[in-house]
Design a binder for this molecule. Structure first.
Ligand SMILES: Cc1ncc(COP(=O)(O)O)c(C=O)c1O
Length: 455
């Protein structure tokens, strides 16, 4: 048996966040935990029936059983161009300005191979989708992190990028609506990006995977709506989140024809396109009338409201999402992101994603995904609440009960009031400032709850 050695590029990979979360999830399930999984952005709602029916018909057609074309069927690219025209009022040449992808992750991961030489810089938002820095490092590039902070509405401060990095930069990734922060970008920001790109000859890759998951009828912009965008970049899109088609693996890139041709060269050498039956079903998807999509959005909006209000009522500092199906919340003081996620899983059976898994600027945050039913979200809020209430009960019997015996009901009620006014908030704070690895009276009490509920 030869000794198998991984390449340096694989050895240097950080652990893939979602694989690690999957491990935590499997362990919890094997212990019998009734898990509420709010960790991964994989819609629980099925693909709409008319799309599934179109797939069934297409799969019967032997024409689709052969190798597909590399760039995607022309009819699929025409459907993409048609959708862009209707949704964003952007006109695209379906022959040269649209490229099919095996999910947008595939295109995002591959694009640095087309344009980045070893030592070149790629400007990467953080917290952000982990594939941006990983694709960059596979191409031998160096990621320069553009931190997304609450102070800046999670929009990168382009003026803070040092000149030497701008000189070496070949590519910039941006992503709005943003995963994980749920922020959306303004036309003004895109204008700044375009002028920076023109000045420093940087290719812009805008990841718009969540453009159709928005709230309160506030439609996010396409980068390509902005004057000059097509001169400097492309936009990645996905059918995954829009039509609940994560398992189908189909997306597309649109915009600058030279950039698409470069990406296409990598793809022709590495993959053979998307199964044509899936492209056929996707044509049906792209022509779906808006009532289907607004139905999906309404489901997420109800979930968003329940979780946002619930977490707020428990004292969490949460950003109210205007788009995406994520809530980005600050972890309570005394915790770091990872400890809080482990603590929440252990005490309540709720799985979330630690903010630092999206890059170090995400430290101190946790991401909740709205990918379970509204009833389960309500239950999640109740479980978090109950984990405080149990602590309250642990303290509760001492004073009020003895006073009830000696001084009667008025004193009892008075002490009850005092308990609610002072004890509950202080235990609430203690709970959240408690480091999960340091036992206290509260942790001891919690373990009895743990045993009972098998969390
Ligand atoms: C920001 C972002 N971009 C792209 C993707 C990739 O989606 P897909 O490959 O399913 O199109 C994801 C998936 O979670 C994402 O969160």
């Amino acid at each position: 048996m030869i000794s198998i050695q991984l390449s340096e590029r694989v050895k240097n990979l950080p652990p893939y966040l979602f694989a690690a979360i999957d491990g935590m999830k499997r362990k919890a399930i094997s212990k019998g935990v009734d898990l509420i999984d709010l960790s991964i952005g994989d819609p629980d709602i099925p693909t709409p029936k008319h799309i599934v029916d179109a797939m069934k018909r297409a799969v019967e057609n032997p024409v689709h059983h052969r190798y597909p074309s590399y760039e995607g069927m022309l009819s699929y690219r025409e459907a993409v161009a048609g959708w862009y025209g209707r949704r964003f009022n952007v006109s695209l040449d379906s022959q040269t300005e649209v490229l099919s992808l095996i999910g947008s992750k595939e295109g995002i991961g591959h694009i640095p191979l087309a344009f980045v030489n070893p030592g070149d810089v790629v400007l990467v938002p953080s917290p952000g989708y982990p594939v941006y820095p990983v694709g960059t490092s596979f191409a031998g590039g160096e990621s320069y992190i553009m931190p997304l902070t609450e102070k800046n509405d999670f929009i990168p401060d382009l003026k803070a990028i040092p000149d030497d990095k701008l000189r070496k930069a070949k590519l910039m990734f941006i992503n709005y609506p943003n995963n994980p922060t749920s922020s959306i970008a303004t036309a003004g920001f895109y204008e700044e990006v375009i002028s920076l790109a023109k000045k420093h000859k940087i290719i812009i890759c805008h990841d718009a995977a969540y453009s159709e998951v928005y709230y309160d009828n506030e439609k996010p912009l396409s980068f390509l709506e902005i004057e000059g965008a097509k001169d400097v970049g492309i936009e990645f899109h996905s059918l995954s989140k829009t039509y609940n088609m994560t398992g189908w693996r189909i997306g597309f890139a649109v915009g600058n024809r030279d950039v698409l041709a470069g990406l296409g060269k990598i793809k022709t050498n590495l993959d053979s396109g998307v199964f044509q039956a899936i492209q056929e079903a996707s044509i049906t998807a792209l022509n779906t009338d808006d009532s289907t999509l607004s139905g999906i959005r309404n489901i997420y909006q109800e979930r968003r409201d329940v979780l946002y209000n619930g977490l707020r009522s428990l004292g969490f500092q949460v950003v109210k999402p205007r788009a995406t199906f994520y809530l980005w919340a600050k972890v309570p003081s005394g915790f770091d992101s990872q400890r809080f996620v482990a603590h929440l899983l252990e005490k309540t059976g709720i799985l979330t994603t630690p903010g630092n898994g999206f890059g170090s600027p995400g430290e101190g945050y946790v991401r909740f995904a709205l990918t379970v039913s509204v009833d389960r979200i309500k239950e999640a809020v109740e479980r978090i609440k109950a984990s405080f209430v149990f602590r309250f009960i642990a303290f509760f019997p001492f004073a009020p009960f003895s006073s009830f015996l000696s001084s009667g009901l008025p004193t009892y009620l008075w002490l009850l009031g005092i308990s609610f006014t002072f004890l509950y908030p202080s235990m609430y704070l203690l709970n959240f400032s408690m480091n999960s690895s340091s036992p206290s009276i509260f942790t001891i009490y919690d373990y009895s709850v743990t045993a009972k509920n098998d969390y």
